[in-house]
Design a protein around this ligand. Structure first.
Ligand code: ZN
Length: 397
């Protein structure tokens, strides 16, 4: 048994405990939290840390297979510049890509990340995921703007999903974004998700360009499809509505859904969403560092909090972020929105992420029987109970 004490323990399923002791079994299973009523008594074998103990983080949106693109895409290039560059940079040597994937996986583990929802377009991450100490749910992402590509794109996604599942890794097939998936492919994914009762995720309202493409069919997305990819977009009929409102019908209400980014989501979109599905199985994944990297804009967090949405956090990929660190995402939010309590941010980073990925029975909080991992965060402003730019994380279990 390990007895770990710290200035505060944040179990994340109940209020923080001052000077508490977390008891863990040899394999990291949480046994109990002892509440000393704020007085810490000396005890043999007790480890004490100045800082806070929190459960392992859940990163609900990552693209491990883009890890070799770190530092290769300029910041604030906007969505057109970003997706155009990704397209030309994807084809590097497999060996160097796999090395970057493995390195990123290890860094995430060291940064206290216990579970990841990872977008994959290939099986490049398979070996790393088999060996990793991190729990992975792989979102096999399918795209194809032209309906003629739908069947081939879906079959390919099915092949990749099988490769992961045969190695006992969770995997579900998901659409890339509202603007890159034809109706035919959307329907194929929807039927499949409904039959498998699987978790869906989609990049949602990441850029202004996405809105423009749905409103009048022009802008950087239209340019990218035509000029970078050489696709004939004459079939495209702009719906005149927001991208989210246009595709809600393909995201079946029975399936758990993770909407990623939502940088340009408005109140009217949320009203439309509530007409189509419950907020209970809908999660909003914020990736603030990536949003600042690409569009230099943060999502409307205050609106999301007022609407009492389920919020969780993601790092996105190293193509649009300097680190794959959930703590770093929390610090960015804390700096920009000082009114948010640290405890709320921690719940987004742990328990809400575990719920989003359907792994709450084992992850996300210090409840007995769970094996969520134990992180120590130091550099806390205890007077105001806030994270600071100096906050760092160390994995203890
Ligand atoms: Zn992404």
């Amino acid at each position: 048994m390990r007895k770990i004490a710290a200035t505060y323990i944040f179990p994340c399923n109940r209020p923080p405990v001052k000077n508490g002791i977390l008891i863990c079994g040899p394999n990291g299973t949480v046994v109990n939290i002892i509440d000393n009523k704020k007085e810490l008594k000396e005890e043999s074998g007790l480890e004490f840390y100045s800082g806070i103990l929190v459960p392992g983080f859940v990163n609900t949106h990552c693209h491990l297979e883009l890890s070799h693109l770190k530092g290769k895409i300029e910041e604030n290039a906007g969505i057109g510049g970003f997706i155009g560059k990704i397209n030309t940079l994807r084809n590097e040597e497999t060996e160097s890509i796999e090395k970057a994937i493995q390195f990123a996986d290890r860094k995430m583990w060291a940064a206290g990340i216990a579970a990841v929802g990872d977008i994959s377009n290939s099986i490049l991450t398979l070996d790393t995921k088999i060996k990793s100490k991190i729990f992975y749910h792989t979102f096999v992402e399918s795209f194809g703007f032209h309906p003629s590509r739908a069947e081939r794109a879906f079959e390919f996604a099915k092949f990749i999903q099988n490769e992961f599942q045969e190695n006992n890794l969770n995997a579900s097939i998901v659409p890339h974004s509202p603007y890159s998936v034809s109706k035919l492919l959307f329907n194929r994914i929807k039927e499949n998700a409904f039959a498998e009762k699987s978790i869906l995720t989609i990049h949602n309202q990441e850029s202004k360009g996405e809105a423009q493409f749905f409103i009048d069919g022009t802008g950087p997305i239209a340019n990218h499809l035509q000029h970078n990819l050489g696709i004939d977009i004459s079939l495209w009929q702009a719906s005149g509505k927001s991208s989210l409102s246009s595709v809600l019908k393909y995201l079946s209400a029975e399936n758990q859904l993770l909407l990623v980014h939502s940088t340009f989501t408005k109140k009217a979109d949320l009203d439309d969403l509530k007409k189509c599905r419950s907020l209970k199985n809908t999660f909003f994944v914020l990736c603030p560092n990536s949003n600042l990297y690409i569009e230099n804009q943060l999502p409307p967090v205050s609106l999301f909090r007022n609407e009492k949405l389920n919020i969780c956090l993601g790092t996105d990929s190293l193509a649009s972020n300097h680190n794959l660190s959930v703590l770093s995402e929390m610090i960015t939010l804390q700096q920009n929105l000082p009114e948010i309590e640290m405890e709320e941010l921690l719940i987004w980073a742990t328990l809400n992420g575990a719920k989003a990925l359907g792994i709450e029975p084992g992850f996300g909080s210090f409840q007995s029987g769970k094996k969520p991992g134990v992180n120590l965060i130091t550099g806390i402003d205890f007077k105001n109970m806030k994270l600071t730019e100096q906050s760092t994380v160390k994995r203890l279990v």
